[in-house]
Design a binder for this molecule. Sequence first.
Ligand SMILES: Cc1cc2nc3c(=O)[nH]c(=O)nc-3n(C[C@H](O)[C@H](O)[C@H](O)COP(=O)(O)O)c2cc1C
Length: 341
Amino acid sequence: MAELFTPFEKGQLHLKNRIVMAPMCQYSVTAKDGIPNDWHFVHYVTRAIGGVGLVIMEMTDVEPDGRITDYDLGLWSDDHIPAFTRIIDAVHEHGAKIGIQLGHAGRKAEDAPQPVAPSAIPFPGERYKMPRALTVDEVQTMVRKFADAAIRAVKAGVDTLEIHGAHGYLIHQFQSPLTNQRQDAYGQDLARFGVEVIRAVKAVIPPSMPLIMRLSAVEYVEGGYGLSHTIELAKAYEAAGVDLFHVSSGGEGPIGSGGRPGTSPGYQVPFARAIREALHTPVIAVGRLEDPALAEAVIANGDADLVAVARGLLKDPYWPLHAATALRATPDVPKQYTRAF
Ligand SMILES: Cc1cc2nc3c(=O)[nH]c(=O)nc-3n(C[C@H](O)[C@H](O)[C@H](O)COP(=O)(O)O)c2cc1C
């Protein structure tokens, strides 16, 4: 029995297997209104048909200026809800569970007239503008915006939510001593903004709905933080209500002389395992896990509880069905497609 195809349960979230579709921005909202369109519908529903256990929809922003580009999804108004519901209902119909990744790009918002950030420090590179430091009142309003977007996601029918605390976006910017040089309480405690977002979101979602947090376990920037800082952050986030960590890395600046650890298969798995061992929460591993034998080993060896695949699912929407075949498990093939398997 392949461990990758065993069910997973956390609170009200029941997955048929351990395969997660990692969040991937599609930059495809041609109307620039943050509302998912037919591209998003087909893209996500196809992966449900392809056998993924949990779909995590791409970074969906809590305000218009929180988008990386104007082509990103958003949940800043109730008008956005029906288009998300259409996708969520169809994903459910095809046997998968679904969550949305809520985020804010902060200083990495490329199309915002003036991006906001913990401190007025720009992301290196010509593409990025000088951000304005949020006032304390604005930080608290931002926390509320995450909660309001969570309320809308729940109304749209999600099974879980993921908070984007990775890849150099707003929450990550607050977590990093390189980008958060505030003198107030949000600078003295680098976990504080994330903790407030988690608490505010937890307060408005059903008590049994698990909350996922994505973190960058290490920064590759010169002077950036490492795993021990992430474990301290994760402990604070766990205490605030996070039920599962999704363990990624990097994204907040140019690679320093320490270098990145490579992008070979499984390159982030050691971080997932370290966080799993240090905490009491399950973890999702991600990063070049599209070799079925490796994905299986990550689960079977106890490195992580779930495996997320991103590019592998762009290349092959039926990756879970092919992985099952490769692992000699029985693929959960839709009846319309059985003659192909
Ligand atoms: C096209 C694309 C868009 C992405 N957008 C997001 C995103 O919205 N949120 C996020 O946390 N990560 C995003 N990522 C990172 C992936 O979720 C994943 O962590 C990364 O691609 C490594 O996994 P892989 O080796 O399976 O592709 C994106 C990756 C790709 C390729």
